[in-house]
Ligand binder design. Structure first.
Ligand code: SF4
Length: 315
């Protein structure tokens, strides 16, 4: 199966450059592996605003009136520079499928940057978004975004990979015919994510109001981002999997069915990812040569090489 290459903005210190405040680079095995399949666009907002490497640390200070990006060593405030850079940089971004940002950073953190109540030494009062990431969230609502640390969680990782490859695949849509094909190919995936939005997307594609293709694409794309903005819930994934199992019910032995139902229970109890259940379904789709199901992205939403050995053991 061919996959469109997602275009992803990534914090540059993750696998791309030794640009952290201490002159270090952060190794991350998932990002390293993704390089083969993704066009990364690395960016270090702190270097871009001229802070240099290595540099004194900065922190977010929040008081009643404002939020500052403050450097305690020098007493400098980088808020204005960082806000101006972020808006200018992100305004020029077109054609992007998602973001991977560095956890805990006052510039790049996603709900993980420490927020301090005062400029002088004191404990952090809460965590929130870094300055740069705050602008990503307001300018690219509903786009896939993750921190590198959260990719360690297989459930979060599979959802993120599914989202970025499905969104990248939308680049193949350039007319109504290709939109129908796209919708049909992802039907079971969309069903597992959100049936209400799937139907709305189907109505947009049906184009009863005779809109032009650019308007249709925009309406459909907004719904697609919304649909993928939340992980598919366990019951709806299981409903979809049971629905697919129905195709093979009469062709399977009782042992095979039991093994499948046992694996579903493991998934329901969060002991195994969705890909483990789907691997069993894929083996039946291939065995019974079901061409309709073979083309459904639900069973291979991203390149199989990106699954860990543990998750691909049934293939
Ligand atoms: S976290 Fe962001 S600002 Fe800090 S070094 Fe990495 S890319 Fe640069």
């Amino acid at each position: 199966m061919d996959f469109s290459r997602p275009k992803i903005i990534v914090s540059k210190c993750l696998e791309f450059d030794a640009c952290r405040y201490d002159g270090q680079i952060i190794n991350n095995k998932y990002i390293k592996k993704l390089k083969k399949y993704i066009d990364f666009k690395p960016i270090c907002p702190e270097v871009e605003i001229g802070m240099g490497t290595p540099r004194d640390t900065i922190r977010i200070i929040e008081n009643k009136e404002e939020r500052l990006l403050f450097q305690p060593e020098t007493g400098k405030d980088f808020s204005k520079k960082m806000n101006a850079f972020s808006v200018k940089y992100l305004k020029n971004i077109i054609d992007i499928d998602g973001f991977i940002v560095k956890a805990d950073s006052p510039s790049c953190g996603l709900k993980s940057a420490k927020i301090y109540p005062k400029k002088n030494n004191c404990p952090a009062k809460k965590r929130d978004n870094g300055f740069f990431t705050g602008h990503i969230l307001s300018m690219f609502p509903n786009y896939p975004i993750e921190e590198e640390k959260r990719l360690n969680n297989v459930f979060i990782r599979e959802h993120f990979y599914t989202s970025i490859f499905t969104i990248a695949d939308f680049r193949t849509v350039d007319n109504i015919d290709s939109l129908y094909k796209y919708h049909a190919k992802h039907k079971y995936l969309f069903m597992a994510y959100n049936q209400t939005l799937m139907r709305k997307m189907g109505n947009v594609a049906a184009n009863k109001n005779q809109k032009n293709i650019d308007c249709i694409k925009k309406d459909y794309y907004d719904l697609l981002l919304l649909l993928l903005s939340k992980r598919a819930r366990y019951p709806s994934n299981i409903n979809t999997q049971m629905h697919v199992m129905g195709y093979f019910k009469k062709l399977l032995t009782s042992k095979e069915k039991k093994h499948f139902l046992d694996t579903i229970e493991l998934y329901r109890n969060k002991k195994t990812p969705v890909s483990t259940v789907n691997s069993i379904l894929v083996s039946w789709i291939n065995r019974f040569d079901n061409n309709y199901l073979k083309n459904q992205s639900f069973f291979h939403p991203f390149p199989i090489d990106l699954l860990n050995n543990e998750e691909s053991r049934f293939l």
